[in-house]
Design a protein around this ligand. Sequence first.
Ligand SMILES: NC(=O)C1=CN([C@@H]2O[C@H](COP(=O)(O)OP(=O)(O)OC[C@H]3O[C@@H](n4cnc5c(N)ncnc54)[C@H](O)[C@@H]3O)[C@@H](O)[C@H]2O)[C@@H](O)CC1
Ligand SMILES: [K+]
Length: 509
Amino acid sequence: MKILSAKQLSEADKYSIQKENITSVELMERAATLVFEEIHKRLQGAPIPIKIFCGIGNNGGDGLVIARHLIQHGYEVTTYVVNYSDKRSEDFLTNYEKLKDITNNWPQLIKNEDSFPDIQTGDFVIDAMFGIGLNRPLENWVGKLVEYINASQAFTLAIDMPSGLFTDKGPEKNSAIIEADYTLSFQAPKLVFFLPETMDYIGELQLLDIGLDREFLAKLESDIYLIGKEEAASLYKTRKKNSHKGDYGRVLIAGGSYGKMGSVQLTAKAALRAGTGLCSLYIPKIGYQIIQTALPEAMVITDNEEDLITSIPADFDADVFCFGMGAGTDRKTVTAFRQFLSEVKTPILVDADGINILSENKDMLDLLPEGSVLTPHPGELKRLIGEWKDNFEKLEKTRELSEKYKVIVVIKGAHTFIVNGKEVFINTSGNPGMATAGSGDVLSGIITSLMGQQYNNVAAAVLGVYLHGASGDIAVRELGYESLLAGDIADHIGRAIMELFNGESIDKR
Ligand SMILES: NC(=O)C1=CN([C@@H]2O[C@H](COP(=O)(O)OP(=O)(O)OC[C@H]3O[C@@H](n4cnc5c(N)ncnc54)[C@H](O)[C@@H]3O)[C@@H](O)[C@H]2O)[C@@H](O)CC1
Ligand SMILES: [K+]
């Protein structure tokens, strides 16, 4: 699904209004009625005090429509107009009159701090103050009102977006933003819903299809895509009956050091679980028995050194290489990686200490084969691209790195971002149980495995990240967040692949 900008969304509104020959107030009625239906479905007429805070633009207009429907269905509603200016939008005014027509309980004006209403923790607050039209931070008493609502701890539903949050840029420091428990957003997801510094304001997210013109939406250009099950399933390649292990990739995973053999073991296990035909590990001598015992399906080659890697065989017959997990950053390992990079021809996946080595030796970035994949967590990314002022800048800097070195960068996080030049894919699977040691090693194994199975490298990264999250989601149903181990993620990859197709066996030949 495409992520659209505020400008594109209002263009889509305008186009749909023209094409369908409806008025903008009719579109507002449609959108806000959908919100009302969602609320009504959940509250079922419960006598909870509902307090609706309306701005004076079209987000406020939505609020007035919602208020009207709720009142007509017998709910206990108080409507407030946050009257920060007298420039009310036309559609706001139309719905203001409509609301007055059906109730004597007219909206109350809030004009300053003295007119803030009482809000109890048990109230149900609807935030319809600002949506995609916000163009500067909320200031003065409007900002204070937002903080006052947040402090009430009342359940807060944001309409389209939490007030105070911009659609296409990061918030200014200490600005007032509604901390929503739930956000009902119109038509398309907005980028800020998925960025680490702003995602917490959204609470739970639900998108409402307000029926904007499909053709127009399809033609809108966006480089940013949200990846869910449907998108992931479309990338999956079915297996041919007439095939053998050589068709599913020869993988070489190089890494590990004294005390860190578990990392490569997890990567190799994940690669095998994700379908790799032949999986070999290149490790220091110390790991030989460990790996051969823990993972009999893998083959093992050892370095001459006991505790760390001092060479990596670039001439090994592999479709894809993976380097970095548990490898350490000893001088000898750095030299080995540099030598390997100067010889290797196929794209590689670089993780963990591999990335740390690249950060300390930036000239080595030039040696990366085109289409290689880097999988940093935010700390590793910072070492690679430097500090950023907000997540928009982080994304821009990552795009520059990706374009300059022609590599795919996977920024790991609650929502993992896959950056391929200008293109950005945002993953939606996964859960906080996966914030556990070794989780990243498993991800590297899955992506490497798919690269070896002849997925193009971008598809391998996108599908790999999705499957990693989906495996975690399945595992957590059995184990709970706290008990989930990285190895459990690896063990559920098969189920995650099956669930791409609703758990049916994948026999579509
Ligand atoms: N255009 C349409 O047809 C539809 C619009 N919809 C709603 O309309 C919203 C967008 O409405 P608007 O464009 O009127 O904008 P908003 O209602 O989001 O904002 C209201 C106005 O406040 C002013 N403003 C911005 N930042 C401010 C600040 N910090 N302090 C004081 N004033 C500020 C701006 O002039 C802006 O136009 C969407 O988020 C959505 O909720 C929906 O009804 C669906 C259909
Ligand atoms: K809002």
